[in-house]
Design a protein around this ligand. Structure first.
Ligand code: HEM
Length: 527
């Protein structure tokens, strides 16, 4: 198994370590290594004879394994450093696969807009194959009729503005319940990410199947179980896996990643299967939630040209729970941490809340369009800490050209939105948390991924996030409620840091733990 040795800022594999590792490789590794060496040299030979534009430049890497041994687990910062040496479009060989990293607005535009149709596919990781419905979900499906049908079902029935308006009472109930829970913890340290995760989870599951975690004891057990599951699943989805880079070795699952994923997904599957069984035995629920709607589609559209199957029902449940929870709650946690580091931003948000909402009232979603400064805060947080720093890797369905270089069909294309959002040639003081930068009327900073490709935290083009409206509402409503109801301070002696931990979903390396103090005189507003 490959291992990494860390230094303070980077993790590199020293050549001697590499040699030792190779010596320790089991026999099937050695055989695969020999085959891959032959393929590698055949590839180099073919490339040298090829009349098409050359591949993007990049690190040479070692024979067979390429740059795999040198990968730093903090992939987003590692890729950004390599861009400094190799330029905005570079390639690196990852075993038998070619990785291409795009780190400039111009190159991102070529991938996500000019060649959107070609790059709208995914290079599905081996871990997604361990349970049939993960590879059949929206995120992994190749661009085509099934993917379009799945997106349409989701967006129309659950994530459109009108569907979201219809279930505002669910968001309200969960956000009020979180405020109430925090009130009961006043003066004590709370893990903000955990509380917000639970709130978002409850909103999503109640939209999906009407389920919510009621009692306090259940609230923390179910919430931590789901949080742990989602965190581990997204961690494994983002982890470099030898099976992806040497498909001939997939059946050996050398790092045990697929085995671990199977165990996690089976836990999810049991939850989904029991909810679906209960709903089926209760009969038609009258279309009151998303699950009802999907079960009806599954009955009525089984024989159409693009059938909606039970695999799709579970796939969409999974997409909503995994795609919607960590992304949103991690963004809220980063926002709270950035603001606590710069207390004047909290003061400005609270002044705005006092003006728009008032101190003798509670925040409603209808206040959000008037909370202008808060909207700048959210944009700035998504600039500095985009929830998916490398988007979900794209994959060209045919060989294409980006930045004058050939990008072969089947490459794994990483769009480093994290690096673009911190590019000093685009952003002034890029590392500083400055919400006001978004108040400029010169640019149209929206979340729709267009413009000049300097800002696209939700991606762009066909594969743009399907849950933008939901993410915007939950983020703004939760932050407004947390800051309207409470003042926040760190525990005595605690140090606030903003270190990130890479995963397909970026998270805070250390959870933000803070103490809430009620700031509203009327205590009825907390019930
Ligand atoms: C702050 C919160 C969120 C952020 C920053 C975010 C960001 C993203 C990004 C960058 C992508 C990949 C785009 C690409 O590959 O080009 C994505 C895909 C996706 N997101 Fe989100 N997301 C968030 C919340 C949500 C929510 C709440 C949901 C649903 C409940 C959701 C559902 C999805 C789905 C289904 C996809 C796959 C789209 C496809 O492949 O066609 N996301 N998101």
């Amino acid at each position: 198994m490959l291992s990494y040795s860390s230094t303070e800022n980077a993790t590199y594999f020293a050549p001697m370590d590499m040699a030792k590792e190779i010596i320790r490789l089991p026999l099937h590794w050695a055989a695969a290594a020999a085959i891959a060496t032959v393929l590698w040299y055949a590839f180099l030979l073919r490339r040298s004879r090829s009349p098409s534009p050359r591949l993007p430049p990049g690190p040479t890497g070692l024979p067979v394994v390429g740059s795999l041994p040198f990968l730093d687990p903090e992939l987003h910062t590692f890729f950004a450093r390599l861009a400094g040496t190799h330029g905005p479009t570079y390639s690196l060989r990852l075993g038998s696969k070619l990785g291409v990293v795009v780190s400039s607005p111009a190159a991102a535009r070529e991938v996500l807009r000019d060649n959107d149709a070609v790059f709208a596919n995914r290079d599905v990781p081996a871990v997604a194959g361990v349970i049939d419905y993960v590879a059949s979900d929206i995120v992994s499906s190749p661009s085509g009729p099934t993917w379009r049908m799945l997106r349409r079902v989701c967006v129309r029935e659950m994530l459109s503005s009108s569907s979201l308006d219809a279930v505002y009472h669910l968001r309200r109930r969960e956000v009020r319940s979180t405020v109430n829970h925090l009130f009961s913890s006043a003066g004590k340290p709370v893990d903000i990410g955990e509380q917000v995760f639970l709130s978002v989870l409850n909103v999503i599951t109640s939209m999906l199947w009407g389920g919510t975690v009621e009692s306090e004891a259940e609230r923390s057990t179910v919430g931590s179980e789901f949080r742990e599951l989602v965190g581990k699943i997204t961690g494994l989805l983002g982890a470099p896996n030898v099976s992806d880079f040497f498909p001939v070795l997939q059946r050996f699952d050398l790092q045990g990643i697929e085995k671990k994923m199977k165990v996690l997904l089976e836990r999810f599957d049991r939850i989904f299967a029991s909810i679906i069984d209960q709903r089926r035995s209760a009969g038609d629920g009258g279309g009151k939630d998303f699950l009802d709607h999907m079960l009806r589609l599954e009955r009525e559209e089984a024989d159409t040209a693009t059938p909606f199957t039970m695999t799709h029902v579970k796939a969409l449940l999974m997409d909503m729970v995994v795609g919607g929870t960590d992304t949103t709650s991690n963004t809220i946690e980063f926002a709270m941490a950035e603001m606590m580091k710069k207390p004047e931003t909290i003061k400005r948000v609270q002044e705005e809340l006092d003006q728009v909402v008032g101190r003798d009232n509670i925040v409603e979603e209808s206040h959000i369009p008037e909370l202008h400064y808060l909207s700048l805060v959210i944009k700035e947080v998504l600039r500095l800490h985009p929830a998916l720093p490398l988007l979900v890797p794209h994959c060209p369905s045919s060989t294409s050209t980006i930045g004058g270089y050939t990008i072969p069909q089947g490459s794994r294309v990483f769009v480093n939105v994290w690096a673009i959002h911190r590019d000093p040639s685009v952003w002034e003081d890029p590392l500083e948390f400055k919400p006001e930068r978004f108040s400029s009327t010169e640019f149209k900073w929206d979340y729709n991924g267009g413009g000049d490709f300097t800002y696209f935290p939700f991606g762009s083009g066909r594969r743009i996030c399907a849950g933008i409206s939901m993410a915007e509402r939950m983020t703004a409503y939760s932050l407004a409620s947390l800051l309207h109801s409470f003042d926040w301070k760190l525990q005595e002696g605690a140090v606030l840091d903003l270190e990130e931990k890479f995963g397909i979903v970026l998270k805070k390396a250390k959870p933000l733990v803070a103490i809430p103090t009620p700031r509203l005189a009327n205590l009825d507003l907390y019930s």
